[in-house]
Design a protein around this ligand. Sequence first.
Ligand code: KG4
Ligand code: ZN
Length: 336
Amino acid sequence: MKILAIESSCDETAAAVVEDGRVVLSSIVASQVEEHRLYGGVVPEIASRRHAESISGVVREALNAAEVTMEDIDAIGVTFAPGLIGALLVGVNFAKGLSLATGKPLIGVHHLRSHIAANYITHLKLKPPFLCLVVSGGHSHIVAVEDYTKMHVIGQTRDDAAGEAFDKAARTMGMPYPGGIELDKLAERGNERAYVLPHPTVAGSEFDFSFSGLKTAVINTIHNAEQKGTMIIKEDMCASFRRAVVDCLTENTFKAAEKFGAKTIVVAGGVSANTLLRREMARISAERNLELYVPRVSLCGDNAAMVGSQAYYEFLSGNVAELDLNAVATLPIDYR
Ligand code: KG4
Ligand code: ZN
């Protein structure tokens, strides 16, 4: 079964053709990041307008690259939630138009579920059940994935998402949006013990995260240094910050794995590209004899191949949408 998939939840317009949920025939991503960088973050209205301009070209490119036409496509998958509402609406409406014109079934896909599915196209044998750490620019969740379309949240962030924390800390140190990647690169050259940063936990909920205090600690350390007429060492601050975030993520994930008896751990979302997170997840999983899966780095960020994969499993579960499908800005991952 060939699915044409569309993603437009944030600042990437993407389309892909995926066969049977596992084989990527094409994957096209048009990023708007250069334009949003001018403003230090994603400007929702600009994002919607760029999606509207790019979407038909991106979809056509995905079909061409897969060497198929709409006639070869069996269903249309589209990210409908969560995300920037105006951005989501562009993809959803385009997919609805295609579905109406061709009579092909329409499948609404939850963005975080698709991030998890990036692992199904990276690791062809991977199947639920597993425990998944989903860390993106907007979300940080520990999710028990019982089946492809059956999951529940065990822990989540109480304030900033992990990616958001990385981006905010990077911005404080003068790096352009989205700074998470550059912070990660600088951290590779820094001393992670140089600065003592808090290790925030959430009282009464052992699997939840809180990252806003960490960001404040970075700002305070920079201000204190400035008041003393000195400067922080950027590489060292990046390394110390990254260590603190990664320790929080790994600690809660492995605590959850132990409590729920998980044997397989999966990481998903933009932050799963983080070098230290990948290293630490691998080290601790090996120590505890757990199987670990992380997405190929090129599939960590937003793309439509992962949407095509999840759409297949939603279709098999009977989750086919009608033409009144709407975009939803916030929706829990276990919505159905
Ligand atoms: O999943 P994603 O592409 O978009 C959302 O659904 O939010 O995640 C983007 C986030 C950004 O905050 C970005 O800075 C972060 O992932 N990110 C990283 C790295 N690569 C991307 N954060 C830390 N280290 C990285 N290597
Ligand atoms: Zn994403």
